[in-house]
Design a protein around this ligand. Structure first.
Ligand code: ACO
Length: 326
């Protein structure tokens, strides 16, 4: 079950007007109407995902009333690690938290990262060696976004969210369902074309700006809806719940129109749909725990609330977790 939750967002607020002042051919009306985003946060230079993770994790540990030494494992879902390849951001976080013997690793599933990490942590908890697992979703997408490309620049932001999963024997609380999905045939609709092992960074790559996010927005939009709606139905069916039983739907915060479409197709009323992308944009792996944690701090979940978490993103990947809040 989830025994702690916390989030952190950087201080620098980037409004839609920032892009207009920067000279991009866009408008506040276009961005708000097509995405629902009013502003996002950008991390400060030389900070990185580990710093955001650290701040979110401290809040989460405080919320759980646990200390770093209580953690048996740290999983960090991110596509924007502090360093390309290694060391993992999870190891840097482990050092920052000063929990010396705790194993720590990163997990990469783009914007589905948090759902994948929750599923992974849940499986570790079946093993008696693990009691408390810190699961962090963090991304600094501003570091891999071409701020001169109006099609992507306006969408992304930076942030971190964290939960602690604790082993429980109760069948009626905590994570009652998790499923991860991938479809590599859609790998090209959202990607960073170069700068990896296939085509390492060099002046040509930089000149072509192919080390930044490239996206077929329409294809991503359709894939997000076509994959998640059946996955949510399958999830509810397998635990004998209906859409009426859902207390809150918490989708990956990519675009308000995507979330509205998912909710409409499932006939879930607006008041049960948690949205905070207007303030933070798409923070990738951070978006679900960030939305959950902020809601819990402001309005608050109640014991017994049924939360449906839905991630989708590059790969193409998607995932669903159903959580009964305690
Ligand atoms: N300002 C003004 N005009 C713009 C902008 C902008 N910022 N961006 C694109 N346009 C233009 C396009 O160039 C196009 O012009 P044209 O008709 O002259 O060619 C026109 O607006 C329409 O563009 P579309 O791409 O058709 O616009 P659409 O309504 O599809 O909205 C958007 C684009 C917002 C990107 C949408 O497709 C979307 O949200 N897709 C999903 C994105 C997403 O979820 N990505 C993250 C996935 S998660 C992850 O793994 C990172």
């Amino acid at each position: 079950k989830i025994t702690g939750i916390g989030h952190y967002t950087p201080e620098t607020i980037i409004t839609n007007h920032y892009f207009i002042e920067k000279g991009l051919d866009t408008s506040n009306d276009w961005i708000v109407e097509r995405t629902g985003i009013h502003q996002r946060r950008f991390n400060k230079p030389n900070s990185g995902s580990s710093e955001l993770s650290h701040k979110a994790s401290l809040k989460c540990l405080d919320n759980a009333k646990l200390s770093p030494e209580d953690l048996d494992l740290i999983i960090v879902a991110t596509s924007t690690p502090d360093h390309l390849s290694f060391p993992s951001t999870a190891c840097i976080l482990q050092e920052k938290l000063n929990c010396k013997n705790t194993p720590a690793f990163d997990l990469s599933a783009a914007c589905s990262g948090f759902c994948f990490a929750l599923s992974t942590a849940e499986n570790y908890l079946l093993n008696d060696n693990y009691k408390h697992i810190l699961v962090v979703g963090v991304d600094c997408l501003s570091s891999i976004t071409n701020l001169n490309d109006r099609k992507t620049a306006i969408l992304f932001g930076d942030g971190a969210g964290a939960v602690i999963l604790t082993k429980t024997n109760s069948k009626n609380s905590g994570i009652i369902y998790s499923k991860m999905y991938s479809n590599g045939t859609h790998k090209d609709i959202l990607k960073i074309p170069e700068g990896g092992s296939k085509s390492p960074i060099n002046p040509e790559v930089t000149k072509n700006e192919s080390h930044y996010i490239h996206m077929d927005g329409k294809a991503v939009f359709k894939s997000a809806i076509n994959t998640t709606v059946p996955a949510i139905k399958e999830a509810l069916n397998s635990v004998n719940l209906s859409t009426n039983d859902i207390s809150y739907l918490i989708c990956h915060q990519a675009n308000k129109r995507i979330i509205d479409n998912i909710a409409l197709k499932l006939k879930i009323p607006n008041e049960k749909v948690i949205i905070n992308l207007d303030k933070y944009g798409n923070t990738s792996a951070a978006s679900i725990p960030l939305a959950m944690s902020e809601f819990n701090d402001t309005i608050g979940f109640k014991k017994g609330d049924i939360l449906v978490l839905v991630g989708f993103g590059a790969g193409f990947t998607w995932g669903v977790n159903i959580v009964i809040w305690e």
